[in-house]
Design a binder for this molecule. Structure first.
Ligand code: AMP
Length: 438
């Protein structure tokens, strides 16, 4: 069984195999085993996909002030004082050459980007021209800027909510919101984010201040829509991001309900790593004459990553992991476990061994997950132990190593896990511990 998975995993990649550690792990009698992380892929507690037949408010965590919110008076376009805009220099860069104005191109320059990545070079002019796009891009390829930069350019100046971005998880939603904010810092455009698992108050207040771009997970957006607090009448550009992930998480009915409320005259940008029939149908329904962009083979990882596989008996896994960490010069490392209990186990043993370490899985509260990510990004924790919930799309700079403590369930998960390292042309190492499953 494991050989089959392994051959699937190795086949599509250029593999620079590393020697296994000189001390082979001795055989042992028993091993720790954990149940499958049935929730690792699952949506957030308050962002579960809902059945279209469900009575709209019956199970939703009714927003406290919802009763006072007049159903047809959404507070999404409150009048705002115009923001004085900072001066920016005249830009003549590879990004301005794609059609981006000075304010956006300057923000991009400040981020340190010198040349557009392939998906950016292809998508930016097409999105600027107002066309629909269906994009299949390797994770870490610069997909977010590929859609957010031209969207900001087209929006121009502050107005009602005109762009909606749907994301499958709150972590991704937060990340995309942050990118929009950074790229729009020399404009008066405003971005906010809504996602489940937290209170409604702050999100409601942000919406009431008047936003141009709304990044959302589907469940929470539907809650706000059902309360009449968000209307999508002014949406000009709809982004459906990580659609295959939304399908995996059971969000497709919610996504369809949302798409049905967005004006038909919109521009739609659709990103997915794979195109199973269900997603193809959704694309055919939601998009009009889309421009297709595929920047790399599906199921491939960045070429700057070196892959190594370490066979080990179950009972020796942790010792091997500890040995690898000891022998490796790493800057920051993410360790993937297939189960939540496994992630907790690895993290607690690593802590005992003196590593600074954070844990991220779906049984952790939203606050704990945010803290874990923050601590890891800032360098406070050198190790992040996570289930696959953290594998997709999270943008963490300078992850030097990814270690698969457990072989992932399928090849796509391998690609997404490994996508956490080697981002934007940086090098990275991926280690996978392989046990013979019984
Ligand atoms: P994404 O695939 O959108 O998650 O982006 C992956 C990483 O690449 C992020 O850290 C971006 O800040 C970075 N990035 C995006 N575009 C560029 C670019 N043109 N040059 C260098 N880095 C980039």
């Amino acid at each position: 069984m494991f050989r089959k998975i392994l051959s699937k995993l190795t086949a599509p990649f250029k593999t620079k195999a590393k020697p296994t550690p000189s001390k082979p792990a001795p055989a042992a009698k028993s091993g720790r085993s954990g149940g499958r992380d049935s929730h690792g892929h699952g949506p957030a507690r308050h962002d579960k996909p809902r059945s279209p037949a469900a009575a709209p408010r019956a199970h939703s965590p009714a927003p406290k002030a919802a009763a006072h919110a007049p159903a047809h008076a959404p507070r999404t376009h409150a009048p705002v004082a115009p923001k004085p805009l900072a001066e920016v220099p005249k830009m003549d860069t590879t990004f301005s050459a794609l059609g981006l104005g000075d304010r956006i191109a300057y923000a991009v320059q400040q981020k340190g980007y010198e040349t557009p990545t392939p998906i950016q070079a292809q998508a930016i002019p097409v999105v600027l021209a107002g066309k629909d796009v269906i994009g299949s891009a390797q994770t870490g390829t610069g997909k977010t800027a590929a859609f957010s930069l031209p969207i900001l350019q087209r929006l121009g100046a502050h107005g009602p909510i005109r762009c909606l971005v749907l994301e499958p998880t709150r972590e991704l939603a937060l990340q995309v919101e942050e990118s929009f904010k950074e790229y729009s810092k020399y404009t008066d455009l405003r971005t906010t984010v809504i996602y489940g698992g937290v209170g409604y108050g702050k999100q409601r207040e942000d919406l009431a201040r008047g936003m141009d771009i709304l990044v959302a997970t589907p469940g929470r957006l539907l809650d706000f829509m059902e309360q009449g607090e968000i209307r999508l009448d002014h949406i000009q550009t709809l982004v459906l991001d990580e659609v295959d992930r939304m399908l995996d998480m059971g969000f497709l009915p919610d996504v369809k309900r949302i798409v049905a409320k967005v004006p038909k005259s919109r521009q739609t940008l659709f990103f997915t790593a794979t195109l199973p029939p269900e997603i193809e149908q959704l694309a055919a329904w939601a998009l009009r004459d889309p421009f297709k962009i595929s920047v790399s083979r599906e199921r491939s990882t960045a070429e700057t990553i070196t892959h190594a596989f370490y066979p080990v008996v179950q009972a020796q896994k942790f010792e091997l992991l500890a040995h690898l960490l000891e022998q490796t010069e790493y800057k920051s490392v993410i360790i993937f476990s297939r189960t939540k209990s496994g992630a907790d186990y690895v993290a607690s043993r690593l802590k005992q061994a003196g590593h600074t370490c954070a844990v991220m899985h779906s049984d952790r509260s939203q606050q704990e997950r945010v803290d874990a990510l923050k601590g890891f990004k800032s360098g406070k924790h050198e190790v992040l132990v996570a289930t696959d919930i953290a594998a997709r799309g999270l943008d963490i700079a300078d992850v030097s190593h990814v270690i698969n403590y457990d072989v992932p369930e399928n090849p796509e998960d391998y690609v997404h896990r490994i996508g956490r390292t080697g981002r934007a042309q940086k090098t990275g190492d991926a280690f996978t511990l392989v046990t013979e499953e019984t």
